[in-house]
Design a protein around this ligand. Structure first.
Ligand code: GLU
Length: 461
């Protein structure tokens, strides 16, 4: 049976690249009827924070990447790594080394040779009581070859692999040891992970072999880059899944977009359900080159998903984004008004955090004005004041304050003045909604209500 794992280290917000890797693993497991293990690699106490663990679990759940086993925590499995380390030492596959970083650097400098560890303690016969670090004894001469599921054949000469540290002098196991011991213990058959781990893989393979375990298949998915082709970084780019969730991305849109970074189905389809993607997914069809994480394109995807929501589902999804605003009371009146506007709102947003700005003029008591728009459409428009007071008069007389009647009133006025409706609408819109852009004006007025529309117009007459 196929068994895959996702093994994040909780050292920061959960990254979009991690989400993609997790989803690829998840699809592989689902498609093969296999199992998906979640393992938190939290042995590095200095860099891990408990809150990041919660963030990872929340983000995965939100995205629908469910796990069949776990979450396991490496910090709770230290005995297992210590046992494996002793076995490697006893078998002569690892040795103790007491060299300090400074000694290693000084020797490298003096010999003018390669930087890095020179296998100095390899044959010194130091034991566990030396207090040194445990290093892996890379078999020499030799080479390791493996066929990466994504990148094809990779060969590394052992001369180029340092005798890497498995356990620090402090007793703390390092990544390669804990990672491989767990993959063996958990019966992982396929290791699909980020490309940055490709250089670790020959080391991992050597440890698998030294522990007498069968090798899993390995696949390394390409890095994500920004528009400048720089590797996405949490300092420079928006990378946290949580941030996108807060901006109002829908999980199905996000997972669909992320899946297409580096992979596409044979028929080139873009918009797919999770089931369709899972059916079509093939790790062998993932590309080698870095993929451009294009936030604009993801927003476009999200807009398509938003418009595909039923009106009720859209209202439900967007309510939390209204609830963040002081003007939103969520009472019956507001809810009913929002329900009527929602189909118009749905057509005009790419992410749900844009909803509030569109409906704010309807719910806000003290209308906030965009000064630049007031300046352009009212203050520096010589006919604006006239328009506002004339239209105010007519709106006072409209029998039913509803969209069709309001449109007829304003249209009639524009015709009499020989002005385009568009021209007339601009100052009216700024005066009553605060800005030049927004929902269709007459529908908006109907929800604001006659008294408040007239009040807002009066401020400028
Ligand atoms: N803990 C590693 C990371 O977060 C996972 C490496 C792996 O998947 O093997 O990058």
């Amino acid at each position: 049976m196929m068994k895959v794992r996702f093994a994040p280290s909780p050292t920061g917000y959960f990254h979009v690249g991690g989400a993609r890797t997790a989803f690829y693993n998840w699809m592989m497991a689902r498609k093969a009827g296999g199992s998906f293990v979640l393992r938190i690699e939290d042995t590095d106490a200095e860099r891990n924070r408990e809150e990041w663990v919660g963030g990872i679990l929340d983000a995965l759940s939100w995205l629908g990447v469910s796990w069949d086993e776990g979450p396991y925590r490496q910090s709770e499995r230290l005995g297992l790594y210590a046992g494996a380390a002793s076995r490697l030492y006893e078998a002569g596959a690892a040795y103790y080394c007491t060299c300090t970083r400074d000694e290693i650097d000084a020797r490298a400098k003096a010999s003018g040779g390669k930087a890095g560890y020179d296998r100095y303690c390899r044959d010194r016969g130091l034991g566990p009581d030396s207090g040194g670090a445990l290093r892996f004894k890379v078999p020499l001469p030799g080479a390791t070859t493996f066929v990466d599921l994504v990148r094809g054949e990779v060969t590394v000469d052992h001369e180029n692999i340092e005798d890497f540290v498995l356990v620090k002098g402090s007793g703390a196991p390092l990544f390669v040891l804990a990672n491989v011991v767990d993959d063996i213990d958990m019966g992982i058959t396929h290791v699909v992970r980020a490309e940055e781990h490709l250089p670790n893989t020959p080391k991992s393979i050597l440890v698998f072999k030294a522990l007498g375990a069968e090798l899993p298949a390995f696949g390394h998915v390409p890095v994500l880059v920004n528009e400048k082709r720089q590797k996405l970084s949490k300092r420079r780019d928006r990378v946290a899944v949580e941030d996108y969730r807060n901006l109002g991305y829908l999980a199905p849109a996000m997972i669909n977009y992320l899946a297409l970074l580096g992979w596409s189905p044979k028929d080139g389809r873009e918009f797919m359900t999770v089931e369709e993607m899972t059916e079509a997914f093939d790790i062998g069809a993932v590309g080698h080159s870095p993929s451009f994480f294009d936030e604009k394109k993801m927003a476009h995807f999200n807009g398509v998903y938003i418009r595909a929501l039923g009106d009720d589902a859209f209202v439900e999804a967007s309510l939390p984004f209204l609830a963040r605003n002081s003007w939103w009371a969520g009472d019956e009146g507001q809810s009913a008004a929002y329900g009527r506007l929602a189909p118009l709102v749905k057509e005009r947003v790419a992410v749900l955090s844009e909803v509030a700005e569109l409906v704010r003029p309807v719910f806000e008591d003290q209308l906030s004005l965009t000064e630049a728009d007031v300046e352009k459409e009212i203050v520096s428009n010589p006919t604006a004041a006239q328009t506002l007071s004339d239209v105010a008069k007519r709106l006072g007389e409209v029998p039913e304050f509803e969209p069709a009647a309001l449109e007829a009133a304003v249209r009639g006025y524009a015709e009499e003045r020989g002005l385009a409706l568009r021209k007339i609408q601009a100052p009216l819109r700024v005066a009553t909604t605060g800005s030049r852009v927004g929902l269709p004006l007459f529908e908006t007025w109907a929800e604001i209500g006659r008294d408040r529309v007239l009040e807002r117009l009066a401020r400028f007459c």
